[in-house]
Design a protein around this ligand. Structure first.
Ligand code: IVH
Length: 693
């Protein structure tokens, strides 16, 4: 779109763009049915931003571009709720729901008081059923959004129900909240009430990031949502993708709203205010209970956390007739799911060793019924998390199990701590194999260093050892390795070389021919290179490139095995963390034994010419490979280039020295041409590799 010349044209274009963006917001946030890809939406958005930048007079506070921008506050102002924000009465059993429905019908005169007629049962057909709006009970925090003439002007938290905090500028950053109502016919003043929440996905991601940084994770999505909304700096709120669902109204003035709750929600949707899709109209108490059961079953699969469902009498005249009791309406009921947090005791703390050697502390708990199941273990993630909670054996703790999430310890009840408890530390030796546990500086995860020997890591270690870029044993896939390990035919990679043809042929689903092939592949793999062998050992942080640099730097295996951390750090690209992992690996007696046995079995490699990396012919050059090569695989080409000191990267940039192009190259070739980077075909590559030899 060419830039509009006059400011009148600009004003028109701005108006059109806003209308279009508003429609796409409606399709995306309310109907969950976007019509255009994100990139197209971004293009419209950018065009609006550019026009507004060129014509600042056209900027309005409800423009979709104006979500962030305000400076941090010193403190939140107070907002009085003209219509108080109430809470709900809770029910935990079906009987309580039956009682609620009976009270509603009695008060509305739809049911004759008990004693006069035989008591109502669930099965008796009932002519005077009440219609309810059944809704998920979202686990976030309640807010009120004030729209004046369709424009979002003020937003507040619930606070104590009478007065809340002014969080307008933070609410503006939530993309699901329209800054201007869509369409027509809204009252002059409309106060929308609903819940600000975090999707499970966003919550898990925030916690994953917090844990990776060694920080404290949020205990639950509600805390995370509240913590994110109550930030004085709106930029922080903007960085946490919060969401919003409306569930009702506050003050309404200067307009007419429908006379049923469900119709009000439908009307809000039409004005682009999101409402949970799971909201549904149901008939009578049986309809409510069916809804509860259905939502319990769907709970784990919902994209957001719920702690129950809410039933609301649908007719507003009935709601009015029923009125309020203290601070809750008589026309609504929250039917809660079983508690997701319970108190229990820590019987023990154990360290579990995963397939990659990572040690995860797990609390063994006194079995407790929480979130609908009996829980007797809870993960403690890592040592940082243990330190943060200061969990000790013997402690009383609060355990949480939310939906499909693994049970977690939320906090320790300090007042109940028995005397003489001690802080817990992960063991220094692997509980499975006894090798040293290493936690490199700056890393959160502690790991067992007995990679070649540790039974917990066996299958993973052997698969890695045999993989194509390591020892390259064709046909030794995961099913086969699993069988070999579970039948105790092998324990370490060294045992592969003592396997007999008969042992292999005797395995399930193994024909004679394939047994012979695998046997042959094992024998063939004995002739390898030092770099491949080092890579095959599966030392933490030692990838192919590092293995090659190590081989080149030290020249033979014994030198690598004897090197201390300081010596290792002289190798290019080896920093303190990698050096610590390498040294710890070779310190383990069992690892050394396995290596010894591998050598005795006949695993050999040609001697390596020691070359300081800087003097290699392609040192300092970066290559990119694209397309299919005829005479070697891309991996082989990569390895050969690396052996000559080149770096091989996946993407073309100004720093790329050369792009090697095979058959059917992709966009990397275009990029290379664009940047004027040298391009080589396969013949030229072979020449280069030969010439450099
Ligand atoms: S209606 C007068 N509907 O639950 C009725 N509340 O325990 C006021 N909540 O403060 C609330 N989902 O934060 C209503 N579909 C829903 C809800 C819901 C979650 C929260 C809300 C309220 C609390 C009361």
């Amino acid at each position: 779109m060419s830039a509009p010349a006059s400011s009148r044209e600009a004003a028109e274009r701005v108006k059109k763009l806003r209308a279009e963006i508003a429609r796409h917001n409606y399709l995306y946030y309310v109907l969950d049915a976007p019509e255009i890809p994100d990139a197209e939406y971004d293009r419209l958005f950018r065009e609006l931003q550019e026009l507004e930048a060129r014509h600042p007079k056209l900027v309005t506070p409800d423009s979709p571009t104006q979500r962030v921008g305000e400076a941090p506050l010193k403190k939140f102002g107070a907002v009085r709720h003209e219509v108080p924000m109430l809470s709900l009465v809770n029910a935990f059993t079906e009987q309580e729901v039956v009682d609620f429905d009976r009270r509603v019908r009695e008060r509305l005169g739809l049911e004759v008081a008990p004693g006069i007629l035989p008591p109502a049962t669930l099965t008796r057909p009932c002519v005077s059923q009440v219609e309810y709006s059944a809704e998920p009970k979202l686990d976030g925090l309640a807010v009120s959004l004030l729209y004046q003439h369709g424009r979002f002007t003020q937003g507040a938290t619930r606070g104590d129900g009478e007065t809340g905090e002014d969080v307008t500028q933070n609410l503006r950053t939530i993309k699901a909240i329209p800054l201007h109502l869509y369409g027509k016919g809204y009252p002059e003043i409309l106060e929308v009430r609903g819940e600000v929440y975090l999707s499970k996905q966003v919550f898990n991601e925030l916690n994953r990031q917090a844990l990776a940084r060694g920080e404290k994770p949020f205990a639950n999505p509600r805390n995370a949502a509240a913590g994110s909304l109550r930030q004085l700096d709106p930029k922080i709120t903007a960085s946490r993708p919060l969401a919003f669902y409306a569930y009702g109204l506050g003050k309404v003035q200067g307009g007419v709203m429908p006379d049923k709750h469900s119709a009000i929600l439908a009307q809000l949707r039409d004005w682009s205010v999101p409402v949970a899709r799971e909201q549904k109209v149901v008939q009578g108490v049986q309809g409510c209970l069916d809804y509860y059961r259905d939502m319990s079953a769907r709970r784990a699969r919902l994209p957001y956390d719920i702690d129950g469902v809410v039933y609301k009498v649908n007719r507003l005249d009935h709601q009015e007739q029923l009125g309020y009791i203290s601070r809750a309406p008589r026309w609504a009921l929250a039917h809660k799911f079983p508690a997701q947090e319970e108190l229990t005791g820590v019987l023990d703390i154990e360290a579990q060793v995963g397939r990659t050697g990572a040690l995860t502390p797990v609390a063994r708990l006194k079995p407790v019924f929480v979130g609908g199941v009996t829980v007797s273990n809870a993960t403690l993630h890592n040592q940082n998390e243990i330190d943060r909670l200061d969990v000790r054996v013997g402690d009383s703790v609060i355990v949480r199990r939310a939906g499909d999430v693994i049970p977690e310890i939320v906090s320790v009840v300090r007042e109940r701590r028995p005397p003489r408890t001690r802080p817990y530390h992960l063991p220094r030796q692997c509980p499975v194999c006894g090798a040293d546990v290493v936690r490199a500086e700056g890393e959160v995860v502690a790991r067992c260093s007995g990679g070649l020997y540790c039974p917990a890591q066996r299958i993973q270690a052997i698969l890695h050892f045999a993989s194509r870029r390591a020892m390259d044993i064709e046909g030794l896939g995961d099913k086969l390795v699993e069988q070999l390990v579970t039948q105790k035919l092998i324990e370490t990679p060294a045992d592969l070389y003592t396997l007999t043809l008969e042992q292999l042929a005797g395995l399930e689903r193994m024909g004679e021919k394939s047994a012979a092939n695998v046997y042959g592949a094992i024998q063939k793999s004995k002739k390898t290179t030092l770099a491949r062998f080092l890579f095959a050992l599966g030392i933490r942080e030692v990838g192919e490139a590092t293995a090659q640099t190590l081989a080149r730097h030290f020249g033979d295996l014994d030198a690598v095995m004897e090197a201390d951390e300081a010596t290792l750090q002289n190798v290019p690209d080896v920093g303190p963390i990698v050096a610590a992992h390498i040294a710890a690996f070779f310190r383990q007696r069992h690892n050394r034994e396995v290596i010894q046995r591998l050598r005795e079995a006949g695993v050999t490699w040609p001697g390596v010419q020691r070359t300081p990396a800087a003097r290699l012919p392609l040192a300092g050059k970066t290559f990119v490979l694209t397309g299919t090569l005829e005479h070697m695989t891309r991996d082989e080409a990569k390895e050969k280039l690396q052996a000559l000191g080149a770096k091989v990267s996946g993407s073309v940039s100004a720093k790329t020295s050369c792009v090697v192009v095979g058959r059917d190259p992709g966009s990397k070739l275009d990029k290379a041409r664009e940047l004027g980077v040298e391009v080589l075909d396969e013949t030229a590559l072979h020449k280069l590799l030969r010439g450099a030899d």
